[in-house]
Design a protein around this ligand. Structure first.
Ligand SMILES: [Zn+2]
Length: 251
């Protein structure tokens, strides 16, 4: 190769080098650009699901219990055996027919020795004492009118407080409500006047708690509906009982 030819070759190589450089550079720029583009316009996120308006959460049994002014004073002698949710059907309301506060009522039941008690006693100021757990039988409703077991849909199944359904006396053939219910006593004497709002509000809260505990609404009734001749609940309670039966609060 002569000197001139060599120069031409070198020139050509130089040109080729020059042309190679910018191409690589352009590729890099292009890549950078595309990266930049990716950064500037990220892939759209999947559309957020339309948020449902928040529904107020129903308070659970524990929260409803915590809202009550309730103390537990369980007495083994008042406990007459198991009564699970499958055996829960009624909430039976009573009056104590005395003015003693719930602690006094429970002490009096214990001292009487006849093993009678309701699950709850609600004082005039809204204070509540529970002396039998919800899943146990308490003897609070006693005998019913003849035929009332069937009328109230209460079946014989041999548990405690069903044995009396073998007639004890011709007037008191039925004896099964206790095995299918929760009993609540209100401190009140029939004819003594209205029930204080604190007591009625406590009863509202207690019924809400029992409903939440079982996960269904038990039928609300009173003792005199079970046994004709019983005085409780008193006539002053009639309007409240109708309200409870209609919508589960006293108002
Ligand atoms: Zn009663």
């Amino acid at each position: 190769m002569g000197r001139r030819a060599l120069m031409l070759v070198l020139f050509a190589v130089a040109l080729a080098g020059c042309s190679a450089g910018p191409v690589e550079k352009n590729d890099a720029v292009e890549q950078a650009r595309s990266e930049t583009v990716v950064e500037e316009a990220p892939a759209p996120e999947p559309p957020a699901e339309a948020e449902a308006p928040e529904e107020p959460e129903e308070p659970g049994a524990d929260e409803l219990l915590a809202r009550l002014d309730l103390v537990e004073d369980y007495r083994a002698e008042f406990d007459h055996g198991p009564k699970g949710a499958e055996h829960q059907r009624y909430i039976v309301l009573h009056d104590t027919e005395g003015e003693g506060d719930p602690e006094n009522v429970v002490s009096w039941w214990a001292s009487s020795g006849n093993l009678v008690a309701a699950h709850f006693v609600v004082g005039k100021d809204g204070h509540i004492v529970q002396c039998v757990p919800l899943d146990r039988i308490a003897h609070h409703a006693g005998y019913g009118d003849t035929g009332h077991n069937g009328l109230f849909g209460i079946e014989e199944d041999g548990r405690d407080d069903m044995a009396g359904s073998v007639p004890i006396g011709s007037s008191y053939a039925d004896y099964g409500m206790n095995a299918w219910s929760v009993g609540i006593e209100l401190v009140h004497v029939g004819g003594s006047g209205d029930y204080p709002p604190e007591q009625l509000e406590a009863l509202d809260g207690l019924i809400a708690y029992i409903d939440a505990y079982y996960g269904f609404e038990s039928e609300i009734t009173d003792h005199k509906a079970w046994r004709t001749g019983n005085s409780d609940t008193s006539p002053e309670f009639a309007g409240y009982l109708a309200n409870y039966q209609d919508h589960r609060t006293h108002e």
